[in-house]
Design a protein around this ligand. Structure first.
Ligand code: NAP
Length: 228
């Protein structure tokens, strides 16, 4: 499949490399190609700069948000949640129309320091805002409730655990489940919460996720839903 990953951070790189290794035609999108390729900054984990990373991944192309989206069948939103709507506007309304957009972003507001707050929350969500701003796009929210390395390889965590998804279009959710299966998620680990308004629920798991990270001293954990 031709897939665009919008976002050059840890999530975008992790999803892009896994999808490319699985044989997909992957382009990673950024605002400014030259600037992104010239930055020496290591990522939050102290790993290689974007240039070093892309040099090690010759099976992934780099392009602008707009070109990446225009050439893709499926798009992943892996941009910073507070500016995701801006980034998607740069990708272009027409380039996103009719396509599946898998939204992994969380609307975390760091303006008042740590821990960040959520904006929007309770009666709205980023997933819904994206769906409203891009009505012809089929938005599916998933994978936003865990660390990037687990998203693409659930077997890295011992024991059972879950991934949530929600969205308005059943075919788009079916395609998303197939992608999750290709990452290693089994059908009974995937919980379909319903329409896109349920993004409120998964985004509002972030305040507890962040506090668990602090309490456990590691991001290597996930939610497991147990029922009778
Ligand atoms: P990030 O640093 O949150 O976002 C990086 C991307 O945002 C870059 O591609 C950057 O574009 C773009 N960006 C920044 N400011 C922009 C602006 N003003 N306009 C347009 N684009 C802008 O990356 P991340 O840490 O990989 O996280 C990506 C998303 O996944 C976030 O929403 C985060 O909450 C969510 N998430 C992260 C994790 C995790 O494990 N880190 C887990 C779950 C969910 P350039 O390429 O042009 O610089």
């Amino acid at each position: 499949m031709k897939i665009a990953i919008l976002g050059t951070g840890m999530v975008g790189k992790t999803i892009a490399s896994r999808l490319a290794d699985l044989g997909n035609d992957v382009t990673i999108g950024t605002r400014n190609i030259e600037k992104t390729l010239s930055t020496d900054e290591k990522d939050l984990n102290g790993k290689s700069s974007f240039k070093e990373w892309i040099d090690e991944h010759s099976n992934i192309k780099v392009d602008t948000f707009s070109n990446a989206a225009s050439n893709a069948e499926i798009i992943f939103n892996c941009t910073s949640g507070m500016i995701s709507i801006n980034a998607l506007n740069l990708a272009g309304l027409d380039n996103l129309a009719g396509k599946l957009l898998i939204d992994i972003a969380n609307p975390l507001d760091f303006s008042n320091g740590m821990p960040p707050s959520l904006n929007p929350a309770n009666t709205d969500s980023l997933g819904e805002q994206i769906q409203k701003a891009f009505p012809e796009t089929k938005v599916v929210k998933t994978l936003n409730t865990m660390n990037a390395y687990l998203m693409v390889d659930p077997s890295k965590l011992k024991g059972d655990h879950n991934v949530f998804l929600c969205g308005n279009d059943s075919e788009a959710k079916k395609t998303t489940k197939t992608i999750l299966n290709s990452f290693g998620w089994k059908d009974d680990q995937i919980i379909d919460l319903g329409d896109i308004t349920n993004a409120r629920g998964t985004e509002m798991l972030l305040p507890i996720w962040l506090r668990l990270w602090n309490a456990l001293g590691t991001p290597e954990f996930n939610f497991h839903i147990q029922k009778n």
